[in-house]
Design a protein around this ligand. Structure first.
Ligand code: FES
Length: 156
């Protein structure tokens, strides 16, 4: 399975959006984990990734959009799809999207299904559980625009 995204192991949270991106950055070979695999491949060059990070997205937002077919708890059954569409539209409307700014991506299961719907924002690696569009608006205004974590929505 091709991962939706690859991350440096939690030290810096740098995200790349394709395997091609990984291959295009030889310095990063072996330092990524997959959102689907959860397994650490190797240690990470923290300084390298922090430097690269500053030139890429200021905030990279990932929504779990996993749909379980067996009826067990999943983020899609709790409104993750609509929230994802809403945040993408709002980020675009506010002109926050683009290189050096904000990117909103879909992701697979984070393996915290009972706590969802969930999104996670890098590089801070802050996990949020949200309920409605008001929560999404608050995350955009507080976290993405003003760099202030919305403590009431944080999932530790
Ligand atoms: S379905 Fe969202 S964390 Fe598993």
């Amino acid at each position: 399975m091709t991962p939706a995204a690859l991350y440096c192991h939690g030290l810096c949270g740098l995200a790349m959006t394709s395997l091609r991106a990984k291959r295009g950055n030889p310095a990063c070979q072996g330092v990524w984990i997959s959102v689907h695999a959860d397994n650490l491949i190797n240690d990470v060059d923290k300084d390298y990734c922090e430097n690269l990070m500053t030139n890429y997205f200021e905030h990279h937002v990932f929504f779990c959009l996993n749909q379980r077919e067996d009826g067990s708890a999943c983020c899609m059954d709790k409104g993750a799809g609509a929230a994802f569409d809403y945040m993408k539209a709002q980020v675009k409307k506010l002109k926050l999207n683009g290189k050096g700014k904000v990117r909103v991506n879909r992701a697979g299961c984070f393996d915290r299904c009972g706590e969802g719907p969930l999104l996670v924002i890098y590089p801070q690696a802050v996990w949020y559980a949200f309920v409605d569009n008001e929560d999404i608006d608050e995350i955009i205004e507080s976290h993405l625009q003003n760099g202030k974590i919305v403590e009431r929505l944080v999932v530790a």
